[in-house]
Design a protein. Structure first.
Length: 396
């Protein structure tokens, strides 16, 4: 047995072996590529507003026809820049009052920006313990100093600022707006208040899961709270509620120019294809008009949350996390959550198990990403299967 096989066997034995899955996609459903496979309800997508259905309208538009090119063929710093990139940046600048710079993905943006900020001056990053892996990767690549504070614990965050801030030229507090695994919101106004209290503190906000789906206009947490001017760096990712691809950083003009000259994930990557940028532009132009989808998401999340809490009152060793359109049922062990996921899949419901080490030990969960194209009957069906699973488990 070679080293690859040994490692893969160890992963399989611990219940952590990952495999690639490809599907036919149709709205809120997936169809596996195996012969005669049924369509399955998809709770694993981040297409929160169901805006992937806007693709045909876009392709019929003049905007698409003007940008019908499938590759930029170069880095944007060479010949890969197109007029549509400037138009999208200008549109987002008009909405947020900050300079905008496009990146190829949220992961690419976080990697490049963390590394660039670490090189600017002596920096300490203070990270909410549940920030995305891309942020951790960017900081580790830069070998920057960082500490984690307890999730949404402002006392712990301020204690660390008091103990450490004087040793550094800048301290950057990094948080997600809507946490991708916990499904809760950052205490952003409290973090802004801390920034005002301590002179060398800055804020980096990852709005990947909030842009598009959160707020009256769909512009995310900072904009909804009216504190976007107090946030130094706002990262928007377009691959979730926007149903596109790419990302951007919103920041002051000088910071943008610095990132153009320092962010390696920007400098050394082929730029986004014009057609993809044009679709993002198409969606952002219409974003305020998707209020019905956002209201639908809120309605579904309230119903799912209420019913999952009911299950928790009836069965032991369960808890619920998330009060938005990301809701998780915590089943604690890797084995238990995998069995629950398998049970759902046998009823054509796809809710993948999220296990350690992706989440902390004893917090393995079924993570439900809601979609505005769903209705309450889809949730009711899912809950009936879950209740049956838990009843069988209780009797065994």
């Amino acid at each position: 047995m070679n080293k690859y096989q040994q490692k893969l066997l160890a992963l399989e034995s611990s219940g952590n072996l990952r495999v690639l899955n490809d599907f036919v996609h149709e709205g809120i459903y997936l169809k596996p590529l195996t012969p005669n496979a049924p369509y399955i309800l998809n709770f694993a997508s981040n297409d929160y507003l169901s805006l992937s259905t806007q693709s045909q309208a876009f392709l019929n538009s003049t905007l698409a026809k003007e940008n019908i090119r499938f590759s930029s063929s170069s880095s944007r710093l060479l010949s890969g820049g197109f007029d549509i990139a400037q138009k999208l940046e200008a549109l987002l600048e008009s909405k947020f009052g900050k300079s905008c710079l496009l990146f190829n993905s949220g992961y690419s943006a976080n990697i490049g920006l963390m590394e660039s900020l670490a090189r600017l001056e002596l920096t300490l990053f203070l990270l909410d313990e549940f920030v995305h892996a891309s942020i951790i990767d960017g900081i580790k690549l830069s070998r920057a100093h960082f500490r984690r504070y307890k999730h949404n614990n402002m006392l712990d965050l301020e204690t660390k600022i008091q103990q450490l801030a004087h040793k550094y030229q800048q301290v950057i507090v990094v948080t997600e707006a809507l946490f991708s695994m916990e499904g809760d919101l950052a205490f952003l106004l409290d973090i802004v208040a801390l920034k005002k209290k301590y002179k060398n503190v800055k804020i980096y906000l990852d709005e990947a899961h909030s842009i598009g789906a959160y707020g009256n206009l769909g512009l995310g947490l900072a904009k909804e709270l009216g504190c976007e001017i107090g946030i130094d760096f706002i990262m928007l990712a377009f691959g979730k509620a926007i149903a596109s691809v790419g990302a951007c950083i919103l920041c002051e003009k000088d910071a943008k120019e610095y990132f153009v000259n320092s962010a390696r994930s920007l400098i050394y990557s082929t730029a986004l294809p014009p057609l993809n940028i044009a679709f993002s532009y198409f969606i952002f132009q219409k974003l305020a008009g998707f209020s019905a989808q956002r209201a639908r998401l809120q309605e579904l999340s309230m119903y799912l949350n209420k019913e999952l809490h009911r299950l928790c009152s009836e069965f032991e060793s369960l808890s619920v996390r998330g009060d938005m359109y990301i809701v998780s049922l915590i089943l604690e062990s890797n084995e238990r959550v995998q069995n629950a996921s398998t049970k759902l899949l046998s009823h054509n419901i796809y809710a993948p198990s999220i296990r350690y080490p992706t989440v902390p030990k004893n917090t393995a969960r079924l993570r439900f990403s809601l979609n505005a194209g769903m209705d309450k009957s889809h949730i009711t069906q899912t809950l009936e299967v879950l209740e049956s699973f838990l009843q069988q488990e209780k009797l065994s």
